[in-house]
Structures are given as structure tokens and as C-alpha cells.
Design a protein around this ligand. Structure first.
Ligand SMILES: [Zn+2]
Length: 243
């Protein structure tokens, strides 16, 4: 067995045997990793609470034949309690963890940008920097962009002609010009398109200033865009309560 260090966020845990858990992590250097945490369900466990979902931890792992083994875990940021103590924060952060696992599809495939997006989003939710639904939509748009599905909110997603355009098409990948407009487009408010662009680029001053109906329309488009690209819907997304 060889040892290695990394830092990661706990995405999911599953029971294993009497006292152990399998922990799914998104790590900085090793991408998505599944590892056994021995004895963590015992009350005497040294690091049980550190290996709960949402926790950001510094880890030492031992490589195993099929699953690695967590040999040390130190808390970097205890996002767990701040997130699980509030229903809106919890449901949003749950969608983010589930999406992170889907986007980092290959085990042990380094996914640094996905990792940094994940840590940033969880910190933003735990510190209540912005309305949780906005953080979620920013995370989803950027995560899809990192995965190669960057939506276009200005120029035509099909032919590239300079915007602004009126119509949004999920299959086409964003706003489309009148000439490229396929069937099944929607015509979102200009404020909604501006909010989506602000979320994608990280213009939080503009995003924070948006109104509830604009946020609601933007969330609907983000959800449609996400589900199109992930092929099947995310289980937890319908649970999110929108303002
Ligand atoms: Zn066009």
C-alpha cells in the first residue's frame, strides 16, 4: 500500500459492513475518488464527522486494490453544519454535490476546475454570500461550461451573429437569431438573459440586484439546459424551493 495526500469535498457516503463507510470525494488532484473510511460509524471514531457530505477535508489515503482507504482526515472548512442547518441551503447544496459527481464522470480523472467551482459554491452557500438559488444557477452554468457546454447568452448559438437576440433554444445552446430559430424556442425577458450572463461570468453585483420573477425564469432555463445535457434529470433538483 502506498500513501498519498490530497484535499477534497465529501460528495456522498454509503454504509459498509458494521461500522465502515464508503466515501465518495471530489479531490483537487485525483478527481473523483471512492475510499473506505474504517470505523467512522462508531461514536469513538476520530474523524467520523469530518467525512460527512459537504465537508472540505485534507486527507491522507492508502491505495487499495479496488477502493482506497482513508487513513487521516483533517477539516479545512466545516461547510456541513452551516449547510445542513437550513433547508434552502441544504437542498441547493445537495443538487450541487449530485451535479459535481455527474460532471466529474470518470473516477481518478483530474477535474481541477470542477473541484474549484464546487468548493467556491459550497463556501458561498455556507457563508450566505448570495441567495442560495443564485449560487446554484451560477454553479450549474459554470459547471456545464467547464464540461464543454457553455451556453451563449449574447451572440447566436448557431451561427454566431452578434446579439442581442430574442429567442432561447435549449438544444441549440442558448440565444438564437431569427434566421436560425428552431421550433420550440422561448422568448425570455431581456432581464432574464442579462441575469444568466451575469451568473455565467460571475457578475455578482448584477445577479444580486435581480428580482424574484427574473430569478425564477432564469432558474427554469438553467434547469432545462442542465437536464438536456445530463440526459436524465437530477433526482434532487425538484426539491429546491425557489424564492
Ligand atoms: Zn443565427
Amino acid at each position: 500500500m502506498s500513501l498519498y495526500r490530497d484535499e477534497g469535498v465529501v460528495l456522498r457516503t454509503q454504509k459498509l459492513g458494521e461500522a465502515d463507510r464508503i466515501v465518495t470525494l471530489l479531490t483537487r488532484e485525483h478527481g473523483r475518488v471512492r475510499a473506505v473510511a474504517k470505523g467512522v460509524r462508531r461514536t469513538t471514531s476520530r474523524f467520523g464527522a469530518r467525512l460527512e457530505p459537504f465537508m472540505h477535508v485534507d486527507l491522507q489515503l492508502a491505495t487499495g486494490r479496488s477502493l482506497d482507504v482513508v487513513t487521516q482526515a483533517e477539516t479545512i472548512a466545516p461547510f456541513g453544519p452551516a449547510i445542513t442547518g437550513d433547508y434552502a441551503r441544504y437542498t441547493v447544496a445537495t443538487v450541487i454535490l449530485e451535479t459535481a459527481e455527474r460532471l466529474a464522470a470518470e473516477e481518478r480523472e483530474p477535474a481541477l476546475q470542477h473541484y474549484l467551482l464546487l468548493v467556491g459554491a459550497l463556501r458561498s452557500i455556507a457563508e450566505q454570500a448570495h441567495e442560495p438559488g443564485l449560487v446554484l444557477d451560477a454553479y450549474l452554468l459554470r459547471g456545464l461550461a467547464v464540461a464543454g457546454f457553455a451556453p451563449s447568452f449574447a451572440d447566436c448559438a448557431r451561427c454566431g451573429v452578434t446579439g442581442p437576440h430574442r429567442f432561447f433554444s435549449v438544444p441549440a445552446g442558448g440565444m438564437v437569431c431569427d434566421g436560425c430559430r428552431p421550433s420550440g424556442t422561448v422568448a425570455p425577458k431581456a432581464e432574464t438573459v442579462a441575469l444568466l450572463a451575469a451568473l455565467l461570468t460571475g457578475d455578482w453585483a448584477a445577479a444580486d440586484a435581480s428580482g424574484p420573477s427574473t430569478r425564477r425564469e432564469a432558474s427554469g432555463l438553467v434547469a432545462a439546459f442542465l437536464q438536456w445535457h445530463l440526459e436524465r434529470g437530477l433526482r434532487s433538483l425538484p426539491l429546491v424551493e425557489r424564492v
